[in-house]
Write a protein that binds this ligand. Structure first.
Ligand SMILES: [Zn+2]
Length: 197
């Protein structure tokens, strides 16, 4: 019985060995256009409604933190821990994925306190560089935090990968268009008024 129990606990033990080897996968160019933006960028009625709703909620002070923002916080927290481990030479993992980061049996999960969690099911974490020395992690779905080292190092690739004109841009124009139109009209009125004087 004891033997059986110990055998099954060994079976359940997390095998982290593969994370100490070279990362078998390399980062593909598609990571520069995260799936979250692929969903929210196209100019569709539902995306425009969502953009207007965000702004209305923000204006009314009733906006809650977006899933993307909370994902950025998770990424930053994990990366801060990784920095500490790297400085103290406490880890020997070369790369990481969802399993190494979020599996409750994983040695990395157990080192980060409180244990990391995904801000939504779509989140898919990957690592870049060598996480034992200078690498970090980011979410493939939401993309990296624009303030992060990884984004800053590849900013032009992230910007180039997105369409030039998105639902976000159209919403901004629709909101500011009345103000833009008011300017020349008020200028004309002023001109006429001054001419009369
Ligand atoms: Zn995410």
């Amino acid at each position: 019985m004891i033997l059986l129990f110990s055998a099954s606990s060994v079976m359940a033990e997390f095998n982290a060995e593969m994370y100490r080897q070279e990362n078998p996968a390399s980062l593909s160019p598609s990571i520069f256009y995260p799936d979250f933006f692929k969903k929210t960028d196209p100019i569709t009625l539902s995306n425009l409604i969502r953009e207007f709703k965000h702004r209305y909620e923000f204006f009314m002070g009733i906006s809650s933190e977006s899933r993307q923002k909370s994902c950025f916080k998770v990424q930053n927290r994990i990366n801060q821990w990784l920095k500490k481990f790297q400085q103290a030479k406490k880890i020997d993992f070369k790369w990481a994925d969802d399993e190494l980061i979020f599996n409750e049996e994983s040695p990395l999960f157990l080192m980060i306190r409180p244990g990391p969690f995904k801000s939504e099911d779509n989140c898919k974490f990957l690592s870049y560089g060598d996480i034992a020395s200078d690498g970090g992690v980011f979410c493939r779905y939401h993309g990296p935090d624009p303030q992060s080292e990884f984004y800053q190092a590849h900013a032009h690739q992230f910007i180039e990968a997105r369409p030039f004109f998105t639902a976000y841009d159209l919403t901004e124009i629709l909101i500011f268009l009345p103000f833009i139109l008011v300017l020349p009209v008020s200028w004309l009125i002023m001109k006429k008024f001054l001419a009369k004087g």
